[in-house]
Ligand binder design. Structure first.
Ligand code: TXA
Ligand code: MG
Length: 333
C-alpha cells in the first residue's frame, strides 16, 4: 500500500478514506495519532496490527467536541463538565464509563470505560467533524518506539501500512496528553502530561492523585498501556540527573548526548553525537522524542545520555517518558 501525505486542502479525501475503514494518521497538539473510524471493529483491529500493539491495551477515542463524546458515555459527571469547560480542546484525556455496546470491544479492550480526548488542532477537529464519527487515536508510532511529533516520524514507522498521513507540521507539546480517571474517587492522573495534577485540582476544587504504579509491580496498572516498555530506541538510554555529571561521562563516537544548549556548550563532543533539547524544560518536552529517534537511526551509537529535570509537577511528564525510555537507568558516579 502506498502511504499518501495529505495537507489541510485534502481533508475531504482523508475523511472519505476513514469512512471506508482505512487508517489515516493525524496531527494533534501533543503527538501524531493513528486514526480509524471508532465505530468499525475491523478498522480498529487494523490499528493494533499496524502498530504491533498488544490487543489488551485499549485506544483513546478522539472526538470533535463534547457533544460527540456524549453519544458514547453513560453520563457526564460534574467533574468532567468542569474540566471540559476549562481544558478542551486541549491535551487532557478523560476516562469515563461508556454506554454499553456503543463502541466496539476492540476500542475499550472490553473495559466498561473509555478514554475521551478532544485535541486542540483545527485540522483534526475539521476532519472528525466531516467524518461525523469519533476516530481512535493511539500515538502513530510502532509500538514501544518514541511517539511521533512530525509527519516524517509517522512515515518512518508506518509507511506502506496505512493509507495516509495528514501533515500538520511539528506538534506543539511533544508529549502525550494527561489522562485523568474520573471513575475513581478522588480522580487519579493515570499518565502525566502538560496539564499537571495541581492544575486539575485547582479547577476541580478537590484533590487529584497521581498514579505512581511502577512497571513490573504486582497490582495491575489502571492504564493497561503503562505495563509495557515504551519510547525506547534500540540503544540503552541513561538519565543524567545532575548537570555537573555531564563533564564526568565517558563520551566518544559511540555515545549520544541529549541536553539543553547551555549544557552542550561545555562538552567537547562532535556535533553528530549531540542533540540539542533547547533552552528550557518546555523545549525539552517538545524535543525529547525527536532526539531519541535521531540517535535510534544512527548505526554507531551504543548508548544515549539524556538530561533529567527536577522541576516538580512541571517535569512529571518529561521524567515519566524518559524513565520509561531508560528502563529506570540513571547515571551514578
Ligand atoms: O496525546 C495523546 O493522548 C495521544 C494523541 C495521539 O491523542 N494519544 C495517545 O494514545 O497517547 P495511546 O494509545 O498511545 O495512549 C493511550 C493510553 C494507553 O496507555 C492506554 O492504555 C490508556 O490510554 N487507555 C485507553 N483506554 C483506557 C481505558 N479504558 N482505561 C484505562 N486506560 C486506558
Ligand atoms: Mg502511545
Amino acid at each position: 500500500m502506498e502511504t499518501k501525505i495529505l495537507s489541510k486542502d485534502d481533508l475531504d479525501q482523508a475523511a472519505s478514506l476513514l469512512a471506508q475503514g482505512e487508517l489515516v494518521a493525524f496531527p494533534t497538539e501533543t503527538v501524531y495519532g493513528l486514526g480509524a473510524i471508532a465505530t468499525n471493529e475491523t478498522s480498529v483491529k487494523n490499528v493494533y496490527r499496524a502498530k504491533g500493539r498488544p490487543s489488551d491495551n485499549p485506544l483513546i477515542v478522539t472526538v470533535a467536541d463534547e457533544a460527540m463524546m456524549r453519544r458514547y458515555v453513560k453520563a457526564v459527571p460534574e467533574e468532567a463538565e468542569k474540566l471540559i469547560k476549562h481544558f478542551w480542546p486541549g491535551p487532557l484525556t478523560l476516562l469515563l464509563y461508556v454506554k454499553p455496546g456503543s463502541l466496539p470491544e476492540a476500542v475499550t479492550g472490553g473495559l466498561p470505560t473509555a478514554a475521551f480526548r478532544c485535541p486542540d488542532d483545527q485540522l483534526t477537529h475539521d476532519l472528525i467533524a466531516k467524518l461525523g464519527y469519533p476516530i481512535v487515536g493511539p500515538s502513530a508510532n510502532t509500538s514501544t518506539k518514541p511517539s511521533p511529533t512530525t509527519a516524517q516520524h509517522v512515515y518512518h514507522d508506518l509507511k506502506g501500512k496505512i493509507a495516509a498521513i495528514v501533515d500538520g507540521g511539528a506538534t506543539r507539546v511533544g508529549l502525550e496528553s494527561t489522562i485523568i480517571d474520573l471513575t475513581a474517587q478522588p480522580p487519579v492522573v493515570l499518565r502525566p502530561g502538560e496539564i499537571t495534577p495541581e492544575a486539575l485540582s485547582t479547577v476541580l476544587g478537590e484533590p487529584v492523585l497521581l498514579n505512581t504504579g511502577k512497571v513490573g509491580e504486582k497490582d495491575i496498572p489502571k492504564a493497561p498501556g503503562m505495563k509495557y516498555r515504551h519510547y525506547a530506541p534500540s540503544e540503552p538510554v541513561v538519565v543524567v540527573d545532575q548537570v555537573s555529571d555531564f563533564s564526568k561521562l565517558m563520551l566518544d563516537e559511540t555515545t549520544g548526548v541529549m541536553a539543553l544548549s547551555s549544557v552542550l556548550a561545555d562538552l567537547a563532543v562532535p556535533d553528530a553525537n549531540k542533540f540539542n533539547l533547547g533552552n528550557n524544560l518546555v523545549d525539552a518536552d517538545h524535543n525529547l522524542f525527536a532526539g531519541l529517534r535521531y540517535f535510534d537511526d544512527q548505526a554507531g551509537i551504543k548508548k544515549i545520555y539524556v538530561q533529567g529535570f527536577d522541576q516538580g509537577q512541571a517535569s512529571y511528564a518529561y521524567m515519566n517518558r524518559l524513565n520509561k525510555a531508560a528502563a529506570g537507568q540513571h547515571y551514578r558516579k
